[in-house]
Design a protein around this ligand. Structure first.
Ligand code: ATP
Length: 284
């Protein structure tokens, strides 16, 4: 079976503290986008798990989160089969868009279906948390305020459906752990007004919402990768209502009210990954 595993962007990201075990408390508004990896999952009778990808940068063995998702489902439900997984990567790798987490989420959904486990979305989300804090959100793919370590999800209004999102990654990989370590050293905690952001999103007021879109990791990531500052500036020059970095970066996004000229953007951001996408529409 084939599933689209959607990436996410952070409309905000605040770090509100640090747990004794090293995990950080966050408060962030997340939005799924139409850009997705395409994940194909089939059962096999060998009992083994095989994960292949079209991108050599990503590990294809036990290190892959999709592999870990298969193993988790096999062990939890004593499944007597294996799985063949093939992932077409479209989401920038290590780019702050939850690429690995969304692949794992898609695998869990596929195994649930292929093996007739009949787990509810809530049960899948609880189990998915063992794989990573972003996995529950990726299972749901619905705009949410994420608190706790990112696993406590409250549904919120997302971006208006008619906006365009231009994703630009300066082809720099940023380690999330390095950024968190630097955040701790610099104590850049808690400066984002998520309540105001959520209320502006509820009103459908993009300009007001963009005023409250902030990412506390941006200052740290730009100090490691100067290209981020330039990309954000260029997105503004192209007419973005808002330009922000997603997660720990280095993917940046601009939100546009009318479709930006992709050809002009590609020449402006030469050497960068550039992709035009939309908010993932979500209907209850
Ligand atoms: P995080 O914030 O969780 O570090 P990210 O969204 O910034 O994630 P990912 O694309 O998930 O970035 O990649 C993070 C790391 O996870 C990469 O170094 C990559 O090698 C590893 N990884 C494992 N499985 C996958 C997968 N299926 N797709 C992408 N990366 C994966």
């Amino acid at each position: 079976m084939i599933l689209n595993a959607h990436g996410k962007i952070n409309l905000s990201l605040d770090i509100t503290g640090r747990r004794e075990d090293g995990y950080h408390y966050v408060s962030m508004v997340m939005q799924s986008v139409a850009l997705c990896d395409v994940v194909s999952v089939d059962k096999n009778s060998s009992g083994a798990v095989f994960v292949k990808l079209d991108n050599p940068e990503v590990p294809d063995g036990q290190e892959n989160l999709a592999y870990k998702a298969c193993e988790l489902m096999i062990s939890q439900f004593c499944l007597n089969c294996g799985f063949d997984v093939f992932i077409q990567k479209h989401i920038p790798v290590a780019g702050g868009m939850a690429g690995g987490s969304t692949d794992a989420a898609a695998v869990m959904k596929a195994v649930n279906h292929l093996c007739g486990l009949q787990l509810s979305q809530r049960q899948l989300m609880e189990l998915g948390l063992c794989l990573g804090a972003d996995v529950p959100f990726c299972i749901q793919e619905k705009p949410a305020l994420a608190t706790g370590i990112g696993e406590i999800l409250t549904s919120v209004a997302g971006l208006p459906e008619n906006v365009w999102i231009l994703l630009v990654n300066p082809n720099e990989k940023i380690s999330t752990k390095t950024i968190y370590d630097m955040v701790d050293q610099n104590l850049v905690y808690s400066t984002v007004d998520n309540r105001a952001l959520i209320s502006a999103l509820e009103m459908g007021n993009l300009h007001l919402a963009s005023h409250y879109m902030k990412n506390v990791m941006q200052a740290v990531s730009t100090s490691l990768c100067g290209k981020i500052t330039k990309v954000l500036q260029q997105l503004k020059e192209l007419g973005a209502v808002c330009a922000l970095m997603s997660g720990s970066g280095a993917t940046c996004f601009g939100i546009f009210e009318t479709m930006p000229d992709l050809k002009a953007a590609e020449s402006k951001f030469s050497g960068c990954y550039v992709s035009l996408t939309k908010p993932l529409s979500f209907h209850i």
